[in-house]
Design a binder for this molecule. Sequence first.
Ligand SMILES: Cc1cc2nc3c(=O)[nH]c(=O)nc-3n(C[C@H](O)[C@H](O)[C@H](O)COP(=O)(O)OP(=O)(O)OC[C@H]3O[C@@H](n4cnc5c(N)ncnc54)[C@H](O)[C@@H]3O)c2cc1C
Length: 471
Amino acid sequence: MAQNSPKEISIPARRVPVAHDADVVVVGAGPGGFAAALQAARMGARVVIVERFDMPGGVHTSGLQGSANTGVGGIHTELMERFAKSGYIYTATQDTLSDWAGNPLSHYERYHKPDQPFTRASFNPEGAGSVMAAMLQEAGVTAMYGTSFVDCVVEDGVGDGTITAIIVENASGRQAITGKIFIEGSGTAQLAASAGAPFIPGGGGQPETANWDGVKRPIPGGLLWIMSGIDFRRTAAHQKSASDPMLAKLMAEASASGDLPEGLYRPKMKGKNVYGDLYIGHPTIDMSPMLADGTFILWQNVPYEWALRMDERAEDESRARRALRGFIDTEARFLKKYVPGFESSVLMDVGRFVGVRDGRHPVGEHVFSIDDAREGRSFRDAVTKPMTKTFYWDNHTKYTFQVPFRAFLPKKVSNLILTGASMSFTYETIFMVMRNFPWCTQTGEIAGYAAARCIGKNIRPKELEWTEPYF
Ligand SMILES: Cc1cc2nc3c(=O)[nH]c(=O)nc-3n(C[C@H](O)[C@H](O)[C@H](O)COP(=O)(O)OP(=O)(O)OC[C@H]3O[C@@H](n4cnc5c(N)ncnc54)[C@H](O)[C@@H]3O)c2cc1C
């Protein structure tokens, strides 16, 4: 910035048109926001959802993650069934992909014994996004794609503030959407933060053991990409015949020829981190079968040492996008030029955004902590029956516990319900377990149900008495 440039400018106040008035307004159409909008609309509420990209699904569609699981009930099971019926689920097993179990190029199956049975199912992100968009339309949700949430209007009350409108930007310029109940589905608690709810920043709640140099860091985000035309049998044959399981020899060769810049493949982290002894997700190539035979999804993760806060700082997000795209381009060219089996491979797709794994954690009326899980706590306002989940970072221990509705209700805002990765969970709980696609979809369904009940009773979410589990 030039020396005399102003550090701030004022924007004159201006009036913006109200594009919609709704009962329930949802920001972001990831698994959480999508399921919330769908459920509230199915219960008769007038629902508007805003999404900056061109389809619902968030990290799992626009971000290419596409992780298919056994249905956990409700909308999640319905999704898996509709994806399957549309021909959008692809499954690899030991029979279709020999040499994959136990392969160190996979962070999912690398701990299996060679030839051990496995099932790796994924859904086609582009196809699944279209199915999800159709489901919202069938339910009568007004879905505004290509529309970014930028701000909200909050009326101060005696206790909590009340959101009266969100401000969005799209092809029509700046617009307002007014509503009664608002749902946070941005994946990074943007609406909660903008409405004045307190939050802990990503990395802020990280346990010391997750760091190797004493610096608290947000868990890096990642940019996913897809490559097809891979003959993995030839790659596996090379791994064995050249005793090169991690392709380190080929990498050394490429580095010596100037085809691999220093830092693309990073060393393992020292010390313990949430992924055990792995760099996040991997020190080298990290891939998983997806979409069709010969097609794989690959992960490019933001290096830990960059300590980026992509949910809060534009320069951090830009750096991640720019650098990770460069890494992907280099990695794709390296694989094609040097690695047997990749000769005919093509770079097919790159995710629309670098996903944030560890964004803001809003502080809710109850902050769900690791002790809630460890001590198997139950709550009078539990939203689920006791659930059993494996906490990887806690030595793969299984805990059985409940989650209270209060973890959906941010402090200081009266008419906002949280979902998905923006829930009131401490870092150790959300990062390890409570941010996967099935659970995020369940949280959305619960939030949509709660919002529609509130509309029906003309009450605020914090006045809703929650007496029995939803799931
Ligand atoms: C790199 C990475 C890998 C992951 N791997 C797995 C995995 O293997 N398995 C698994 O189950 N989970 C995985 N997760 C976790 C899971 O994807 C997320 O926790 C989950 O998607 C969160 O759901 P959500 O609905 O809260 O947010 P998101 O999925 O992040 O969706 C948020 C939505 O809001 C939209 N949005 C954001 N800001 C705005 C705005 N200002 N205006 C309008 N729209 C906006 C986004 O475009 C997006 O569609 C991974 C996450 C990341 C980042």
